[in-house]
Design a protein around this ligand. Structure first.
Ligand code: GLU
Length: 286
């Protein structure tokens, strides 16, 4: 079913196999699965194992086990990012051929120092931390080294570029404009690949979602801000725009967002303690 032209609702759950799934993942997966089933659409599973230094096969296997136990079935073969590194490199080479990619050697500390310089004005923080002020923008792509990151030069985009995305998540429902100025102020030239990695998170998910014909991206609202940049990258590569649905995050009793290292709340722990999939649905408010 992957990439089917006729499918009008095709979504995915895309966990990184870097730890056990917790209640927040369960909520996201069940929501996407149930929305797909309600629409007569498809629910795909993608393993975001882009960062090979952190991804482990044992976590990937636990993802399958947990999802099956929750009663979730996915359509078509599982897509693993690690099987598509060549695709990311090819897409990057195509953007580089347009003159839009440059190598960057700035460390976080360099970016912090450069962005706080008075002449940079009001550069803030965005989905990737401190806005990148474009320090290395004049370096040519041919001059790249293995230790460089590769960035997209936002000043190559049309100055009056105005694109948008549709959001259906409760907290943000509406249409959002994406402008070059917004990206220059809030993100800075985005990283497309880090040293030793085939692609950055943003670049890979945009390519994967398009390759799989994803029509609806359902994920936690911590990724809402990242959508502006992802929509921009889609546009620059002529890829279709999915509809976005950012859902609430599951928090612990103290209001803190659940994290992977929070082993106590792993789905596996609930499972081993005798909870049922219905109990999990109840715990996340479904
Ligand atoms: N792999 C990402 C994560 O675990 C999600 C990717 C996405 O939904 O865009 O947070």
């Amino acid at each position: 079913m992957q990439g089917s032209e006729k499918m009008t609702f095709q979504t995915r759950f895309a966990p990184s196999p870097t730890g056990p799934l917790h209640l927040g993942h369960a909520y996201s997966a069940i929501l996407a699965h149930d929305m797909a089933r309600a629409q007569g659409g498809a629910f795909l599973l993608r393993i975001d194992d882009l960062d090979q230094s952190r991804a482990r096969l044992e976590w990937e296997e636990l993802i399958y086990e947990d999802l099956r136990w929750l009663g979730l079935t996915w359509d078509g073969p599982v897509r693993r990012q690690s099987d598509h590194f060549d695709d990311y490199r090819a897409a990057l080479a195509a953007l580089a051929a347009q003159g839009a990619v440059y190598p960057c050697r700035c460390s976080r500390a360099d970016i912090e120092a450069a962005a706080s310089a008075p002449q940079e004005g009001a550069l803030g923080f965005g989905p990737d931390g401190r806005t990148y002020p474009g320090t290395c923008r004049d370096r040519g792509y041919a001059d790249r080294h293995a230790t460089d990151a590769l960035r997209y030069d936002l000043t190559r985009a049309e100055p009056d570029l105005s694109i948008s995305f549709s959001e259906t998540g409760l907290a943000h429902t509406g249409t959002y404009e994406v402008t070059r100025d917004h990206l220059l102020t809030h993100v800075g030239d985005p990283v497309l690949a880090r040293p030793g990695m085939a692609a950055s998170y943003h670049f890979s998910v945009v390519l994967d979602d398009a390759a799989c014909g994803i029509t609806h991206v359902i994920r936690g609202e911590d990724l809402f801000e990242a959508t502006f940049l992802q929509r921009f990258l889609q546009h620059q590569m002529g890829l279709p725009a999915p509809v976005y649905h950012h859902h609430r995050l599951i928090r612990d009793a103290g209001g803190k967002r659940l994290a992977k290292r929070d082993e106590a709340r792993a789905i596996r722990t609930y499972r081993e303690d005798g909870a049922t999939p219905q109990d999990v649905r109840r715990m996340v408010g479904l």
